[in-house]
Design a protein around this ligand. Structure first.
Ligand code: IMO
Ligand code: MG
Length: 422
């Protein structure tokens, strides 16, 4: 069984936990897009692990974890992640496999990311990790791949061309001092040497595994509305965060994919700028952020919080082909008198049930809400769906009915154990 896990909102839905739980049952776990802008949190035995590049499945012994060609890799960050894991007693051994075709993030990508942000009129609020500029070089056919770090002549020529261009831009447009060729050249050749033992043809590895009826889990980063095509452009990331990205980002054909599971928070959050129709008013926003500990795992920034949005979820189900949903952080809604669910948007007298692509509509849309009564008692100790308070069951069953998709998992706390399987 080959399964893709995707975020259905703006990232931070709790994909890390779902992936951790499902990893147990598979043989391979694959990251296929994004880079260290992602922050996937997993809590095991009261210990918190935050993953940026390595699939969280690495916590289970014997699982093979892959970084596909669609990912952009910051080698220094990756090497640190490998070291930190081994310091906390996780033996990676030869279980990490990196595609040589993945593109490399260089320091000028990060600086350009940050400097461009600082000059933009409408800021995106990127993570500053160099994601956009690195993908831009890839599409521009100017990028450097991990394979290049292992060939000193190829790398020299590519880096030379890149630095000539980047240093000009840095100096003339941004008054930045630029980068020294020799320093970067030596540093990155060295990263190549360190990472060499993890490189492998991930595409044939996965396709051979499929041939042998092994199970693969594709670990999406970010979320549907951060997707470069279908997200709230330009307030998006630079990769295909929807399910299709799993195929192009790993070299596994769409006909080999069996199932797509969507992950949705029981409310909505967003880090960074951009329209957010169901965003809470300031005071309630602060209250819910603290209640749900909604602070970014990568940048520590406070996440903006809002009600659940069915217009978004329906669009996500359609775009990704989702047949199963995991609802996360339901426990955070406990204690609220009433819960709102956005069923449509209104703008200039017109009702939108489909996600609008006009940024102006989205930015000014007034949500149409359905209200449901909340529940008072905490639910984090509950293990079975039947034991949930009636109003929590009503909330879930209304969602399931309206979305037409099965809710197969409900999270009521951050640890593996605090999960209800339906
Ligand atoms: P996970 O995988 C939440 C957001 C940034 C910014 C926009 C573009 O943990 O869900 P980028 O640095 O990618 O160019 O920033 O995307 N963003 C995320 N928000 N979770 C993430 O990943 C994100 N990765 C990027 O805040 O608004
Ligand atoms: Mg995150």
């Amino acid at each position: 069984m080959n399964t893709i896990i995707v975020g259905t909102q703006w990232g931070d839905e709790g994909k890390g936990k779902v992936i951790d739980i499902l990893s147990k049952k598979v043989d391979y776990i694959v990251r296929y897009q994004g880079g260290s802008n992602a922050g996937h949190t997993v809590v095991v035995d009261n210990k918190i692990y935050i993953f940026h590049l390595i699939p969280s499945g690495i916590l289970y012994k014997h699982k093979i974890c892959c970084i596909g060609n669609g990912v952009v890799v910051d080698p220094a960050g990756l090497i640190k992640e490998i070291k930190d894991l081994s310091l906390s007693g996780i033996d990676i051994g030869n279980r990490l496999k990196i595609s040589p075709l993945a593109h490399v993030i260089l320091p000028y990508h990060k600086i350009l990311d940050q400097l461009r942000e600082s000059k933009r009129t409408n800021k995106i609020g990127t993570t500053g990790r160099g994601i956009g500029p690195c993908y831009a070089d890839k599409i521009n056919r100017f990028g450097i791949r991990i394979a290049d770090l292992l060939n000193s002549r190829v790398f020299r020529d590519k880096l030379n061309d890149n630095l000539k261009e980047k240093n000009e831009i840095l100096k003339k447009v941004y008054r930045h001092g630029g980068f020294d060729f020799n320093t970067l050249y030596r540093e990155y050749l060295n990263y190549g040497l360190v990472l060499a033992k993890y490189l492998c043809n991930v595409t044939s590895l996965l396709n051979n595994a499929i041939e042998k009826k092994k199970d693969i889990l594709f670990e999406g980063a970010q979320g549907t509305f951060l997707d470069i095509d279908f997200g709230t452009y330009p307030f998006v990331t630079s990769s295909s965060a929807t399910a299709g990205g799993a195929c192009t980002g790993s070299g596994v054909s769409p006909v080999k994919i069996d199932k797509i599971i969507g992950v949705a928070k029981a409310y909505t959050t967003r880090v960074g700028e951009g329209p957010f129709p169901t965003e809470f008013p300031a005071v309630f926003d602060k209250f819910m952020r603290e209640k749900g500990n909604e602070f970014g795992a990568t940048t520590g920034r406070p996440r903006r919080c809002g009600w659940l949005d069915m217009v978004m979820l329906k669009e996500a189900i359609l775009l990704n082909g989702i047949s199963e949903l995991a609802i996360m952080k339901l426990d955070i809604l406990a204690g609220l008198k009433s819960l709102k669910i956005c069923t449509a948007y209104k703008y200039k007298g017109k009702k939108f049930r489909e996600f609008p692509y006009d940024l102006e509509v989205l930015a000014n849309a007034k949500p149409v809400y359905k209200e449901m009564p909340g529940w008072n008692s905490p639910i984090d100790k509950i293990k079975r769906y039947q034991k949930l308070p009636g109003n929590a069951k009503d909330y879930l069953s209304w969602l399931q009915g309206d979305l037409g998709v099965k809710i197969s998992m409900v999270s009521v706390g951050s640890s593996r154990e605090e999960t209800i399987f339906i």
